[in-house]
Write a protein that binds this ligand. Structure first.
Ligand SMILES: Cc1ncc(COP(=O)(O)O)c(C=O)c1O
Length: 416
């Protein structure tokens, strides 16, 4: 186990020690920080190097380490290793992650050769024992089928790394150096898919499919315009004659899971399978706009399924709210809301939106005259009053607003 991190709090380092993990220092000032907050150095320490510049492979530039916040420069690495050597460290590792989601197979062999040359120099100049080189992640997958011809061949990559090892490390008398890899995306991304249903259609300057997932379930398209293949279930082989933007319901225009995407004609109620979300889907999920994260279902090779993570509930959303008066109140409302929703879900769904499925406690004040307004009331007994939850659709909730009433009588609403 290895802790690779930056901006690391001392508590994380102490936990890593307790767990017996190797620590990977990201910055040259980490040894001093370690001595101050953790204590003596372990026998083995790794450092993350960032040689700067650009990282070039046969098919062009595939990374710009100089723009990355991670790692230390080569001169800093030398100084850090010398310091650690003089303070009891006996075995050293070097780690680098210089390009992400690479295709074509060049990255690992090139990186390996560069790092092998570096550690051979360091071992000779500093008279230290290099225990391992960690090539980290960076081996990508072709999210877009148009890139399929550049898919990584993992066996060829392994052979390329072996050639570099035999060319550089073995002649340097370093044939005992271990190699580590930390492949995330390559292993996991194709193993996950996001299943979502079309709940709205809209046509303005583009054709929109509104789905019941959003960027809170899959952040990559919003974060960096990432492409994820989408299949319309039941029409996987139909010609893609229409062009859609597939959008979620967040109040962010960037909440678009695909833009200008050719798809077969798609209709309300259709299920879309958004592919390759295993590495950065649910794990990057968040709760913006009060969105609750979905369940996760394991699909086994024999076709059977198992619920391995239940969907978040309103009470989960409020669970971390502090036990202040307003927090307790919101939790009570959320629990009741959840119960009302469960009751509704087990009943026959009605076609019309149901406003006010959860109402404020009647004794605490009158609801607004506007039936579409969120209900707000306040109580004279406390400086806080919480109320208002409404169900805009039997299956969809759109958030709870807590109204805080300050002592001067002013109101301020906070969306929770
Ligand atoms: C330190 C480290 N190792 C490994 C990985 C996995 O990388 P990949 O998914 O490209 O294999 C990451 C991903 O961000 C990382 O930060």
């Amino acid at each position: 186990m290895i802790l690779t991190s930056n901006d690391t709090p001392a508590a994380d380092y102490r936990l890593a020690v307790d767990l017996g993990a190797i620590v990977n220092f990201d910055a040259a000032d980490m040894p001093a920080y370690w001595e101050q907050h953790v204590g003596a150095f372990p026998r083995t320490v790794c450092c993350r190097v960032n040689p700067g510049g650009t990282f070039e492979a046969a098919n062009g530039i595939i990374g710009t380490p100089e723009d990355s916040k991670f790692g230390m420069t080569v001169p800093q690495l030398r100084e850090t290793f010398a310091y650690l050597r003089d303070h009891g460290v006996e075995e050293f590792g070097v780690h680098a992650f210089l390009a992400s989601n690479t295709l074509g197979g060049d990255y690992y062999p090139r990186l390996a050769r560069q790092l092998f040359e570096l550690v051979a120099d360091l071992a000779r100049d500093l008279d230290i024992h290099i225990g391992f080189v960690d090539l980290s992640g960076g081996i990508g997958i072709p999210y877009d089928p148009a890139d399929a011809d550049r898919a990584n061949d993992i066996v060829a990559i392994g052979q390329g790394v072996r050639r570099a090892y035999e060319d550089v490390l073995v002649p340097a008398g370093m044939g005992d150096v271990a190699l580590y890899a930390e492949l995330g995306r390559w292993l996991l991304a194709p193993a996950g898919a996001l299943l979502t249903r079309v709940i709205h259609e809209k046509e303005t300057y583009r054709r929109y499919l509104g789905v019941d997932a959003c960027s809170a379930n899959l952040m990559r398209p919003q974060l960096y315009g990432a492409y994820h293949r989408i299949d319309v279930l039941g029409r996987e082989d139909a010609p893609a004659l229409a062009t859609y933007n597939v959008v979620g319901g967040l109040c962010e225009n960037g909440d678009q899971l695909a833009q200008d995407r050719p798809l077969p004609e798609t209709h309300l109620g259709d299920l879309l399978l958004i592919r390759d979300v295993g590495a950065h889907g649910h794990s990057m999920g968040y709760n913006y706009n009060g969105k609750l994260r979905s369940a996760e279902v394991l699909l086994r090779a024999d076709g059977t399924t198992e619920l391995i993570r239940r969907a978040e509930r309103v009470t989960d959303y409020f669970a971390t709210l502090d036990a202040t008066e307003v927090g307790c109140r919101a939790l009570t409302l959320a629990a009741r809301w959840q119960a009302d929703l469960s009751a509704e879900l087990s009943a026959e769904p009605s076609a019309e939106p149901q406003l006010g499925a959860l109402s404020a406690e009647p004794q605490l004040g009158a609801p607004s005259d506007d039936p579409h307004a969120q209900r707000t009331t306040h109580t004279p007994r406390t400086p806080y009053a919480a109320h208002t939850a409404r169900v805009a659709h039997p299956y969809k909730t759109d958030g709870v607003t807590v109204t805080t009433v300050d002592n001067a009588g002013g109101d301020s609403k906070r969306k929770l």
